[in-house]
Design a protein around this ligand. Structure first.
Ligand SMILES: *[C@@H]1O[C@H](CO)[C@@H](O)[C@H](O)[C@H]1NC(C)=O
Length: 784
């Protein structure tokens, strides 16, 4: 929630002279910062990418029935740019989205070219996904990733492309001298291996080198502006965005989005309130607004009777149309943009996440409560009964909060103690590689080398079984009657693999020969981007998929060896190598050769055959050598732009209606009048509303909690980006043009006493397609 500047404005105008406030800010910033000569220009940016909150299939579990119907909290694109003065630039974008998309990357690059010429291009821009499974889908271009979303969803796609562009523009405009620090820490309780039987197939000598069967290390960058002090941080840590389950329907950033929200809130709270001495993690997940509100609102509200009388003078206000609603909603957040320092941006990025689950309690059978079969993750032979449990089990919101909080706390700890400064060149290397038919040279068992090949993409049978995070995925595979309209349209081109393909993919039993299916357009990618970004002794490896733990270790080791054995002495053993997973495009999983033999979900989803990882290692070695030598690698074949070929079968919003005598925004079920409420209670109100697809309320909100100041001034306190507020959308029947907005506010422990109300913002579509904005509000109630 971005209320800080509102507070800053308010305080600076009313309670303290501006100069005093500025002085305090300067004092704070100079005390908390490690002074060092800047070596880089740095800029951070962040923008809302929350997609359609109704009717759109969520990307990740491939569960046809999992469609959006509301907002848990908002999704964002967070960007850093680092540049040498008059030299190389690198851009890294972290999306609260399931993965990067080739089509998104292509369109973002087109826009950047139009705006900045050759400054930003495929070489030096990386766009990575956090892997939340709770965001709207339909923004990828290959058929396999569009089946459950009924094809392409333009609205999902556009908001992501727009948001990335805006966050990059912000970061670019914020470019100023600053320093970057790197730090690492071990986080042991935020991820477990969900396919340990595959991991165990790796050589024992190799496994013995590691303490765990997943990577527990978080690597963090801390960005410090020469003038303003800390600007933000980006970190990489491996754990799936599957704390929210395959039946959740609220848009959510899952555990990484939650961690980012907590850390940004934590920084703003701690840096501008009483705590001038330093930044200590304290009560994470507690939103900071109430303390701000409490400093705005004097304690006149202590008298409960007075409060009740005041509240009763405000009834719910009926829905009223206005053309300005979206800008009213937007004001909450855009207030921040006017702050006289850049906003603090903190991103939690994904890395070699392939076999890492946040459901740390393990996988259990829903019928018996016993652990699932170790080798197959089944219960009595059935995969659909085996579910992983998060630490908040059975509450998925709680699991999301806890896994988010654990990452947030570790990030704060290593942010506060970061002291190793990045120094040295900014650089990058990029190539497109056709993975469908690549010669790969690997060491031979008895010595020497041999050349093997990758294969056209194919998915194995274990893919249809899903994982313990979401069993039985892809139910579009089950027979004719179950498939949706898009599946019925495309299934006729299913291809039987030929002998060569079967042999190449062995031992994978082929379910879908996606690499050899091109109707109505390509089913799977064959050309993939590989990329290295370098900032001093930090090296980021952008990979277009989900590497398993051991696959990631092998890739990092290979690149490290290539960089440190180079003779020019540019890198010593202190080089920090991180893998940015799910970046620039998506091509599912990458396991080791040994894990591939076991053919669990990850092996079945390793598209290009048993030597896929070896192919990556070979190509990244080339990039590393080129980085050292300063020459460019061969650009490789361009991936296709399939935008014009996309098919969309999702029904658009036709019209919204209300019953006669009812307006959009009218209260249907008001907040019960039995206030006062206490902290920990949940207050609920239901409004007559319209489809949220009519306006995504970008940088705005569908729901707002306001607190009364004085006699008649309402101040925004929480919006739909806050953990404590949920916006839930529903219809009385499947095709009904009527709909409801139910807003739940769980009153946080930190809420101040006072008179509150809940507002809803929406937009309705008329018979002739025109969209009208509206708002309504609940009755006032007391929190005491
Ligand atoms: C899993 O499979 C391996 C290899 O077939 C076997 O040795 C092992 O006993 C199995 N483990 C369990 C717990 O069933």
């Amino acid at each position: 929630m971005k209320m800080f500047s509102l507070f800053l404005h308010f305080v600076s105008r009313t309670t303290k002279p501006m100069w005093l406030w500025s002085f305090l800010v300067c004092l704070l910033l100079s005390s908390g910062r490690t002074v060092s000569a800047s070596t880089y220009l740095i800029g951070l940016g962040s923008y809302d990418i929350t997609g359609p909150a109704a009717d759109v299939n969520m990307m990740g579990y491939a569960n046809t029935e999992q469609t959006t119907s509301g907002v848990h909290f908002r999704l964002r694109a967070r960007t850093f740019i680092v540049a040498e003065p008059q030299g190389n630039h690198v851009v890294f974008v972290n999306l609260d989205a399931c993965m990067g998309s080739q089509l998104v990357t292509i369109k973002v690059l087109e826009r950047l070219k139009a705006r900045y010429g050759d400054l930003y291009n495929e070489q030096n821009v990386a766009i990575s996904g956090t892997h939340t499974h709770a965001g709207p889908g339909g923004y990828l271009q290959y058929v396999v990733y569009l089946v459950t979303s009924l094809g392409f969803v333009r609205q999902s796609f556009d908001v992501i492309v727009d948001g990335i562009e805006k966050s990059i523009i912000q970061a670019h405009e914020n470019l100023r001298p600053g320093s970057i620090f790197v730090n690492k820490g071990e986080l042991v309780d935020a991820g477990v291996n969900r396919s340990p039987s595959a991991y165990l197939n790796n050589p024992e000598t190799e496994r013995k080198k590691y303490n765990y069967n997943v990577d527990k290390e978080m690597t963090l960058l801390k960005f410090v502006d020469d003038e303003w002090g800390p600007l933000g941080s980006f970190n990489w840590f491996a754990t799936h965005g599957t704390s929210m389950s395959r039946t959740n329907s609220l848009i959510s950033g899952d555990n990484k989005g939650a961690a980012a929200r907590f850390m940004e809130d934590w920084y703003e709270k701690n840096s501008f309130e009483n705590d001038f001495g330093g930044l200590n993690p304290e009560k994470p997940g507690v939103v900071r607004i109430p303390r701000r509100v409490s400093s705005i609102i004097p304690d006149l509200h202590e008298n409960r009777k007075e409060l009740m009388e005041l509240a009763s003078s405000f009834q719910s206000s009926p829905g009223k149309p206005t053309t300005k609603i979206s800008s009213i909603a937007r004001r909450v957040r855009s207030a921040l943009r006017k702050a006289d320092r850049p906003q603090f941006v903190s991103a939690f990025c994904q890395t070699n996440v392939g076999d890492v689950s946040p459901n740390v309690l393990g996988a259990f059978c829903v019928d018996t409560g016993l652990p699932c079969d170790f080798n197959h993750s089944t219960c009595n032979g059935k995969n659909e009964l085996c579910y992983g449990r998060g630490p908040g089990y059975p509450d998925e919101f709680e699991s999301t909060r806890i896994i988010g909080e654990r990452q947030f706390r570790k990030a704060v700890e290593i942010f506060n103690t970061a002291s190793e400064q990045l120094k040295g060149k900014v650089g990058f290397q990029h190539a497109y590689v056709d993975f469908s038919n690549l010669d790969v040279t690997i060491p031979k068992a008895g010595g020497g080398y041999e050349t093997v090949k990758t294969c056209p993409a194919a998915m194995g049978f274990a893919f249809a079984a899903g994982t313990t995070d979401g069993p039985g995925a892809f139910d579009f595979m089950q027979g004719d009657d179950k498939g949706n309209a898009f599946w019925k349209l495309v299934r006729n081109v299913l291809k039987t693999p030929n002998e060569e393909q079967i042999k190449c993919q062995h031992p994978k039993p082929i379910l879908l020969d996606t690499g050899e299916m091109n109707e109505p357009y390509d089913w799977a990618p064959s050309v993939l981007p590989v990329q290295i970004l370098r900032i001093g002794q930090l090296v980021i490896l952008s990979v277009p998929g989900e590497f398993t733990t051991m696959a990631g270790r092998r890739l990092r080791d290979a690149v490290k060896t290539a960089l440190t054995s180079g003779s020019n002495g540019e890198f010593d053993s202190n080089v920090h190598i991180v893998i940015a997973g799910l970046t620039n495009t998506y091509s599912q999983y990458v396991t080791t050769f040994e894990e591939y033999q076991v053919q669990r979900y990850e092996g079945a989803s390793t598209l290009y055959g048993p030597h896929t990882l070896d192919a990556y290692i070979q190509e990244f070695r080339k990039l590393a050598a080129a980085l050292l030598g300063g020459q460019a690698v061969e650009a490789g074949p361009q991936p296709p732009d399939l935008l014009d070929k996309q098919i969309s079968l999702l029904t658009p919003v036709i019209v919204d209606t209300t019953p006669i005598g009812v307006n959009f925004g009218d209260v249907k079920i008001d907040v019960p009048s039995n206030s006062p409420y206490k902290r920990g209670d949940t207050v609920t109100v239901t409004f007559w509303t319209a489809c949220p697809r009519n306006d995504l309320m970008t940088e705005g909100t569908y729901a707002l909690v306001e607190i009364l100041q004085g006699e008649d001034q309402w101040i925004p306190a929480y919006d739909d980006d806050d953990f404590c507020l949920r916006f839930k959308w529903s219809r009385p029947a499947k095709l009904s043009p009527r709909s409801y907005a139910t807003i739940d506010w769980r009153i946080p422990d930190s809420a101040v006493s006072g008179v509150y109300r809940i507002r809803h913002f929406g937009a309705s579509k008329g018979f002739f397609g025109s969209v009208h904005h509206f708002t309504g509000s609940s009755r006032a109630f007391v929190v005491a």
